[in-house]
Write a protein that binds this ligand. Structure first.
Ligand SMILES: [Mg+2]
Length: 210
């Protein structure tokens, strides 16, 4: 197997997402717009609740109950779960890059701040790409969120190779900094052409930019 080992963030790298898609379905019949629902949730502490969920401290059913309490909604759990999970669409140039890297025998891992509902959903929706991965480091499973050092230590442990032989690709600057602080090489994803340039700069064999 080739080194370095490559870690990809999911959200806004392998796939894009927008919570407004969930809010549009959640708000149906509630007499409130999707934007109003989103803004209300943000104002009432959604980020903290999501961090509890995505660090594995609460289960999906409890998250659903807490989100109902935080909003003016009253959905049962199956309805909530169906509305919540479908927020992703693919980043095709990155899917092409992943297929090329796998064909060259690079080891690929996903390193994602996520929750059981979203990860289960995107692993089905993106199976063609994600089935090429050797493993998954998911915040709700390892109990730590990026940019915490513990998250990146879990990545290194899964790779079974020194941190300096791991490259972490993430769109969020704080996560890039966290990866670097843990001794990994990190690249901030801005767009695919610049990612290809950055990867080539650290010796990864990438296809020519289209
Ligand atoms: Mg991201």
């Amino acid at each position: 197997m080739r080194e370095p080992v490559l870690f990809f963030d999911f959200g806004n790298v392998v796939g894009f997402f927008d919570y407004l898609r969930a809010c549009e379905r959640l708000a149906v019949g509630a007499g409130i717009s999707a934007v109003q629902l989103r803004d209300d949730l943000v104002a009432r502490g959604f980020a903290n609740l999501l961090a509890e969920f995505e660090s594995g401290r609460i289960l999906p059913e409890a998250f659903s109950v807490r989100l109902m309490e935080m909003s003016s909604l009253s959905l049962d759990y199956p309805s909530f779960a169906e509305a919540w999970q479908d927020i992703f669409w693919p980043n095709e140039p990155v899917a092409d890059l992943i297929a090329s890297l796998k064909a060259q025998d690079y080891r690929l891992y996903l390193g994602s701040n996520t929750n059981l509902l979203h990860a289960s959903f995107y692993r089905r929706q993106f199976a063609r790409t994600l089935d090429l991965f050797d493993g998954f480091v998911l915040s709700y499973e390892v109990g730590h969120l990026k940019p915490a050092r513990e998250f990146f230590e879990a990545c290194v442990a899964v790779a079974g190779t020194p941190a300096r032989s791991c490259i972490f690709i993430d769109d969020v600057a704080e996560n890039v900094e966290g990866a670097r602080n843990a001794g990994l090489t990190a690249i901030q994803y801005l767009d695919t052409p610049s990612l290809l340039t950055e990867l080539a700069g650290v010796g990864v064999k990438v296809p020519p930019a289209p």
